[in-house]
Design a protein around this ligand. Structure first.
Ligand SMILES: [Zn+2]
Length: 184
């Protein structure tokens, strides 16, 4: 993440470290945020502020996000938030999607376009799910040669080298709308 986004109620610092400044409150132990934004520290005065960010588009719980997979970890993937409920958003925020309990080895690859739903905001991270049929990969390429793939049941097959590979495919996989998005 290029910028760490915090949510209302998130702990920013202890009251021993900093005093509560703009858009924050002091709960007796910790300084917490009252708005969505980014932290600004006044080291000289030892005051911590939150810069409210109306520019940053934060999806709400229940929103459908389409974005690019930016990282794949053991049991989760990070997804850039490029579209919220079908509308383009130019924020640099990512959401985290658990891939635990999905019976596939390869859920998605870096640079795949995926569709997910936001399920929570927790500890400064935006969590999403990819589990339901409509969620998953919308656009991907052959891992071997980088060419176009087509869907074969719940797998993908390269039109060039015939390599067959696993993905957690969305039921919307291959629709023109998302192919256009990925070519941007
Ligand atoms: Zn191929």
């Amino acid at each position: 993440m290029s910028e760490s986004i915090i949510f209302p109620g998130d702990r920013i610092a202890s009251v021993e470290e900093y005093e509560a400044g703009h858009n924050t409150f002091d709960d007796g132990n910790d300084v917490r945020a009252t708005v969505v934004g980014t932290v600004e520290i006044d080291k000289k005065e030892r005051i911590i502020h939150v810069k409210h960010s109306s520019v940053i588009s934060i999806p709400k719980v229940g929103d459908i996000v389409i974005g690019k997979v930016t990282a794949v970890f053991g049991t989760m993937i990070a997804v850039s938030i490029d579209y919220i409920n079908g509308k383009p958003k130019s924020s640099h925020v990512e959401c985290i999607c658990s891939t635990r309990n999905l019976r596939k080895k390869r859920i998605a690859l870096v640079n795949d376009i995926v569709c997910v739903r936001i399920i929570s905001h927790l500890n400064g991270a935006i969590h999403a799910t990819i589990k339901e049929p409509q969620f998953g990969v919308l656009f991907t390429k052959c891992v071997k040669c980088g060419r176009k793939v087509i869907q074969i049941r719940d797998a993908v097959k390269c039109t060039e080298c015939s390599w067959i590979d696993e993905r957690k495919l969305s039921s919307d996989f291959g629709t023109n709308y998302f192919v256009k998005l990925s070519e941007k």
